[in-house]
Structure formats: C-alpha cells, structure tokens
Design a protein around this ligand. Sequence first.
Ligand code: GLN
Length: 239
Amino acid sequence: MRIVWIYPDLLSTYGDQGNALILEYRAAARGHRVERVDVRSDQAVPEQGDIYLIGGGEDRPQRLAAERLRRDPGLTRAAGRGAAVLAVCAGFQLMGHTFYDEQEGVLPGLGLIDVTSHRGSVRCVGEVVADSDPQLAVGGAGLGPLTGFENHMGTTLLGQGVRPLGTVRVGNGNGAGAGTDGAHAGTIAGTYLHGPVLARNPALADLILSWADGDSAPSPVDERWHQRLRKERLAAVGA
Ligand code: GLN
C-alpha cells in the first residue's frame, strides 16, 4: 500500500501529517506492507500511489502548490485510474476547478472534482461537526458524525457531479451558511476539517483505505484512543 503525501513543505499547516500516520497504522494493522512517500514541492508526484493526501495551507503556499501541481501530471493520472485521494482545506480547494487567492484573485485548480471555491464573506474558524453523507459506509455502517476544526477564508460551491461529505451541525464547512462540509465523488474526498481529520474520524480513514484496497469490511483495530478523542471533541461543542 503506497501512501503519497503531497507537498509537506507547502501544505501541512495544521498537523495534516497525522492523516498519513493514521492511514499507515491502519493499513499495517490490516496486514498491508506500507510504503509512505513524501513528495516535496520540487519533486514529481509519482503516478503509482494507492492513496494520495494533500493538506491545508495559507494562500501563498497554496498558490505555489497549485502552480507546481498544474505542471505535474502525476496526481491527475493517478486519480484518473481510480487512486484514492483525501484533500483537506487548501488541498480540497486545489482539487476543484478554481480557488481564490488574496493576491492573484481567482486561479485554476486541477479540476479533479466538480467544485469551485471563492472568497467567502467571513473567515470560518472553529470546531465543526458534520453528519456524514448516509451514502458513505464501511464495515457495514455509516461513518457517523465527522468532527474537526476549520480555519479558511475560501467558500466552496458543489457542482452536479459531487455529493457533500457531510451536513454541518456545528461550524461552517464549505462556507458560512452553506450547510455542508466537503465533497466526494468516486474515490476522491475533500473536506475543510483539520484535526487531523483521520485521527478524529477513523471511519473516514477506513473508507479511504477501502477505496484503495477494495476491502469494505476491514478487521477492527483498537479504537479506544480515537473514541476518547471523539467524545471529548463532541462534548466540547455540545454535540
Ligand atoms: N488559504 C485557504 C483559505 O483561506 C485554505 C486555508 C487552509 O488550508 N487552512 O481558504
């Protein structure tokens, strides 16, 4: 199982590396031989990954990441053959058609999923709880409420070809008043949730893994730590 983390030097503002660690741990627990590939922004994105992770970042690193990714066919080719992608915040915006940069205005993303991001009217900051899309399931169960925290100016509109990852109960997600967080289509998922999101939501980690290895009923792993964290974070926002 090859897990590719794209541009840790640009897009890793809120400990998004944790998403790679959680996937590595859970894939190994299911008997996979795991190889983690960290791709710096001066390196080419390998096409032969099973899971691609791309995290959050401030405007300038996000703009630099977009320039490099638009010149590099690796991620687009991997996504085209069905590799799993988890994109967080700035990374999520980059997976869409356009995103907003304070200096340059509207810039093109990779267009891997049917979303567009714009400048929001307010910065969205704080805890988020979103009820996951009921169409998403792994191990015979839904993903339950997704929790995380957000810090972004961009607001994201979903096109015809995607479904939201969740319906927001607390916080903003895709933007003030949007009512949803993130998007998914095929084997690509995007979200505004940091946390890292997979440490807070191990069911989402298993869903991403199932997209990569086809195992929709993964064997259980020790969830006590995750459960404590989830309980604590849900209680903190009264959800
Ligand atoms: N720069 C983007 C925004 O403000 C993404 C921020 C982030 O990744 N936390 O919308």
